[in-house]
Structures are given as C-alpha cells and as structure tokens.
Design a protein around this ligand. Sequence first.
Ligand SMILES: [Zn+2]
Ligand SMILES: [Zn+2]
Length: 368
Amino acid sequence: MKTKAAVLYEVNTEMPFRKSVPLKIEEVELMEPGIGEVVIKVMAAGLCQSDISVIKGSIERPLPMIIGHEAAGVVYKTGEGVTGLKAGDKVITTFIPSCGKCIPCSEGRPGLCEPGVESNKKGELFNGGKRFNVRNRDVSTHVGVSAFSEYTIVSENSLVKVDTEVPYEILALFGCSVVTGVGAVINSAKLQLGQTIAILGLGGVGFSSLLGAKAAGASRIIAIDINEKKLNMVKEMDPLIEVYTPSEIKDKNILVDLAVETAGVSAALKLGFDLLKRGGRLVTTGLPGMQNKIDIPIMEITFQEKEIKGSYLGSCVPKRDIPRFLNLYEKGLLDLDRLLSKTIQLEDINEGFDDLMSGEYIRIVAKI
Ligand SMILES: [Zn+2]
Ligand SMILES: [Zn+2]
C-alpha cells in the first residue's frame, strides 16, 4: 500500500529547515507486515530533539529513513503470529522493541534490550529487514517506529495497547517525553516522598520530569532553563516550583537530593552535579553529540558519594509504566496538556522542527 511520509535522505545541518527542507514529504510504498508485525494508522506523532539529532547527524542512522519515534495510533492490520493486538486497538509506540528474553529484558530493563538496540542501529524492524520503499530503494525505520508517516509497520514488541478516550495528540507524548521524563524521576532518580529535586531543561522531557516530580511528592522542585518564557509558564502552572536561569541559580547556595538533566548540554549536566547535596544523584536523559564531555572532580564523587546515572527510555518497563502514567493523566495528576504547545500537519514538519529549535515551544505534535 501507499503512504505519505517524511523521508530524510541526507544529514542536514543547515538551518532553518523551512529553507533547507531535510524532510521530504513523499508517497512511499509500505510492504506487507512480517511475522509479529503490525500496520499502524498513525494518528499523532511528536517532534523531539532527538529527531533533530538524527537530521543533523549527531546521532548516526542509516539513511534514507522515515524519522519520528513518539506516536499514537490505531492498529490497521496485523501480520502472522501477532497475538496481543487486533485491528482497531489503540496503541502507543516505544522507541526500543523489547524481546522479553535477553538479560536486560529479564532484569526488567527493556530499554537496554540487546536485539532491540541492534535492530534500531541497523534501521530495521525487530525481526530484521525494512518495510518502506521509495523508487526501488529501501527506506530505514527509525528506532522501530517511523512515526512521521500516515501508516507504518511496527513490531508487536514496540507497542503498548491502551484503552482510553484521551486524544491522540496527548497519547503520542507517552511514547517519548512522558516515559523518558517521568521515568527519569521515578525509575532512574528513584525520587522518594519529600525529597528535593532540580530539573534542568524544560523541553518535552524536562517538563514531564517536572510533572513526575510533582506527582511523586517532591518537597521542593527547582526548574532551570535559559528561556524565561518557559520559566514563567512553570511559575504560572505551580507557584510552589522555584524557577531560575542557570546564571541566577549559581549564587543561591541551593542544594538538592536529586537532579535530572534533560537539556543535552554539557554545562547543564555540570550544573546538575554542582547542585547535588552530599550523597545526591544526578540523572541525565540528554543526547548531545559524542564529542560532548564534562569535567568533574573525582574526589567529590568519592568523598560525597555522589552518583551520576544515565536514563534511557526513563528506565521504564513500557507495558507497566505507560498505563500507570496514563492513569495519572486521566485522574488530573499529570498535567500533560501544558506540554502540548501546538499541533501541526505532516506537511509542515520542517517548519515544526525550526519552531522546536527556537526554544519557544515545549512539545509540537503532528496530527497525521
Ligand atoms: Zn524523543
Ligand atoms: Zn530483550
């Protein structure tokens, strides 16, 4: 069948994207689903900073590729051997397929699934191979999802079924921002009731972390971003959250139990480390280029028992955590409506990424 999709043919560092147009909207051939695979009618897909990392080449992926990794949709058709899903089911994608059998999966760490990471690296589906084709050229799948397409083929292992009336543009956020942001606070930083926490960077992930920290009962939440507009938004949402720019917080003598860095900037990670109390834990979800490093005094780690921890997929178990987080949203305990800055059409995706880069928006979602 044919599907309209946003195809990335080559790495593009030229901004603005509205001029250089790295993503071409094209009609692409979608093959039949293989064993254990599902055709999804994508309803909404979020624009994420890590998509920009792929466009700019700081995350290397096999091109051409249909990018996008945060989506919600409906099962259109199932391939052979699919047992857990049927046509009409609502699903949220996850950006690591999990086999359920490898050691990390067995240990409850599906975000580190070994075959899942391998197939993602190759731009293939979990069972191998590519399912998109344009002018007789195979097109890679982005982390098993390829969300910026009307229809996509996804392994059953990359999907979480949900039973809800929540609109798709909100549901899509659960695919990356929410699992990553809320998960970083709950699963990676392991926030305990009454602890203090700093969140560095207020994009979709950072904002989700903030909401997660609120829901989990942090006694003091510090939000840090270079953009004053975002800080004001946070202040308006909850006057109890303290907001600072990085330069403002430096001479405030504030120390916290936990810090979560979501900006993907070395200076933000270093600031997070400096804000830790003795015995504190710093978590990062950032994905800057491979050349980005930080310089920290090792003695401080030893003497003060400070921890630095990476968080991928928010250390979530998607089948467990997505329904839990969704339930919190439905009960009004995770105010994700504030995350959604605006919705766009698939055709406006290049402009959408420019807007995301401007730092003025938290999350932009394409309705597909
Ligand atoms: Zn993402
Ligand atoms: Zn696995």
